[in-house]
Design a protein around this ligand. Structure first.
Ligand code: NAP
Length: 262
């Protein structure tokens, strides 16, 4: 598997969960991976794992909310031998709370990471990907970008915004004929440390609920009865980032075990 050999991929939120799995999967397929995260040490851990598996990459601390950090981080990729061809906007955050007592600052924090972070990534990486001869952007949205979930107002709003920004930018790139494809990916219920700890804290979906076990919740929440693994999301991202997906742009790819099928 070396379909990304000689190319570079830039992944945000690569220090844990789905972002880490995506970074490792792209490295395993030959890409030089720029693994970035708010928490630089966790990004270092991802690069270490990639190297142990024979891959190549470098970690960069990046808070996706800050435009200057994006510019500095991407500037490092400019002088590298592997041209930048893939951006994965995976960094994300959430809060579960009822709308009527949610502090505005909490709402803004979620929008800043999920929406502004994704916007800034596309703004600064796409010209570079086009300069490299083309490639792909994958914006990690959620089923929450496709359907409403009580208690998840800011998260649903942010993930819906990612979905529509993706389509707008995909059309802009198509119009420019710059060979950059832009798609959104909508996972449903993925077994990550973030989801496990959210469930253990007992506040998923309906505020006030007690702690719950991820596998038990999956049986009732996911029609096929099991949680998705981060690696399954990563495999789909790798396909969408590859030349095999040359005709896929502006699409929303759902990986949810049937959660949005009704
Ligand atoms: P996760 O393990 O918490 O990964 C998110 C990563 O983003 C963390 O490493 C986090 O760093 C980082 N991050 C947070 N704020 C950031 C910022 N301002 N700048 C840069 N990095 C930042 O969560 P996950 O479950 O793998 O989720 C990854 C993505 O998939 C998110 O966008 C999430 O919304 C989406 N998603 C997840 C599921 C699911 O079931 N797990 C379902 C649908 C969609 P810290 O740990 O240091 O905060």
């Amino acid at each position: 598997m070396s379909e990304h050999a000689g190319r570079a991929a830039f992944v945000t939120g690569a220090g844990s969960g789905i972002g880490r799995a995506i970074a490792l999967a792209l490295a395993a397929r030959g890409a030089f991976v720029w693994a970035t995260d708010f928490d630089g040490a966790s990004a270092d851990g991802t690069v270490e794992l990639a190297r142990q598996a024979g891959g190549r990459g470098e970690a960069i601390p990046l808070d996706v909310r800050h435009e200057t950090q994006w510019q500095d981080a991407l500037a490092r990729s400019d002088s590298h031998d592997a041209p930048l061809t893939v951006l994965v906007n995976c960094a994300g955050t959430h809060a579960v709370t009822d709308t009527f007592s949610m502090p505005l600052d909490d709402f803004r924090r979620i929008m800043a990471v999920n929406v502004e972070g994704t916007f800034l990534g596309m703004k600064h990486a796409i010209p570079r990907i086009a300069e490299s001869g083309g490639g792909a952007v994958l914006n990690i949205s959620s089923v929450a970008g496709l359907k409403g979930m009580a208690g998840w107002t800011a998260y649903c709003g942010s993930k819906g915004a990612i979905r529509m920004m993706t389509k707008a930018v995909a059309l802009e790139c198509a119009g420019l004929r710059n060979e950059v494809r832009v798609n959104s990916v909508h996972p449903g219920f993925v077994d990550t440390p973030a989801l496990r700890s959210a469930l253990a804290r007992g506040h998923r979906a309906e505020p006030g609920r007690g702690p719950r076990d991820l596998d038990e919740v999956a049986k009732t929440t996911v029609p096929i009865g099991v949680a998705c693994s981060p690696g399954e999301v990563a495999d789909t991202v790798c396909f969408l980032a590859s030349d095999s997906a040359r005709h896929i742009t502006g699409a929303e790819i759902v990986i949810d075990g049937g959660m949005t099928a009704d």
